[in-house]
Design a protein around this ligand. Structure first.
Ligand code: ADP
Ligand code: MG
Length: 230
């Protein structure tokens, strides 16, 4: 099953003389069980691509499908995102006044799940990724790696099986980054789909495919099994 599909997608930021053509006709599909890494220089359109795949943004032309749904036909993108898409932002966006478990519960509560069941679901995901011990701590009381886990738990909670991560290993040391990749890989192997932006070949090696972006276009796609031994 295809979880997200971009068909000839272009995105222009701004207009007139200052318009930036961030993506210029990109086609890409991510299937169930697949981990796809996106690499490319700064400004090549990686975050723009992820925002479109995650229904945070709409294309200027072309079509984005999340599951079977054409984004153009969806009025409430926020509700679609909460239900279908988990997003790990570059700066994490944890809410500082909420504890770890409350951060993870939030998307479920916004979707109408009552606090009791929402907490149960959140604790289950935190345990799955080995962060149950920090559930009652606030973000500022956590290490970088722990914060990253909480952000990933928040992206995974509920039935969402499409996970988008923009350099989730950015500020982490290598063992923690490897651990995060193991988590993402395990989640994929259990039937999720992951689209991951990374600068590090080390982490891209965990992917099934690496898509290289350059100037808003896909310049290459590599099947990682052909170039590396995981
Ligand atoms: P990457 O994540 O690969 O660094 P981005 O997708 O963030 O690239 O940006 C691609 C291009 O689009 C860059 O030239 C960037 O400056 C521009 N851009 C991104 N977002 C906006 C925006 N909201 N308004 C104007 N230009 C933008
Ligand atoms: Mg970026």
């Amino acid at each position: 099953m295809t979880f997200v599909r971009l068909a000839e997608v272009a995105r222009v930021h701004g207009e007139g003389a200052t318009a930036v053509h961030a993506l210029k006709g990109v086609s890409l599909a991510v299937d169930e069980g697949e981990l796809v890494a996106v690499m490319g220089p700064s400004g090549s359109g990686k975050s723009t691509l992820l925002n479109l795949a995650g229904a945070l943004d709409r294309p200027s032309s072309g079509t984005v499908y999340i599951g079977e749904q054409d984004l153009a036909a969806v009025r409430d993108l926020a509700a679609l995102r909460r239900r279908r898409v988990g997003y790990v932002f570059q700066d994490l966006n944890l809410i500082t006044s909420l504890t770890a478990v409350e951060n993870v519960m939030l998307p479920r509560e916004l979707d109408g799940v009552r606090p009791g069941p929402a907490r149960k679901e959140a604790m289950a995901v935190l345990s799955e990724i080995g962060a149950q011990d920090v559930a009652d701590r606030f973000p500022e009381e956590l290490s970088g790696g722990q914060r990253q886990r909480v952000a990933i738990a928040r992206a995974l909670v509920g039935e969402r099986r499409l996970l988008l991560a923009d350099e989730p290993t950015g500020a982490l040391d290598t063992p923690t980054g490897d651990e995060i990749m193991r988590l993402l890989r395990a989640r994929c192997d259990a039937g999720a789909a992951v689209l991951l932006v990374t600068h590090e070949p080390r982490y891209a090696a965990w992917a099934d495919r690496v898509v290289f972006l350059r100037d808003g276009m896909i310049s290459d796609t590599t099947d990682t099994s052909l170039v590396s031994a995981r």
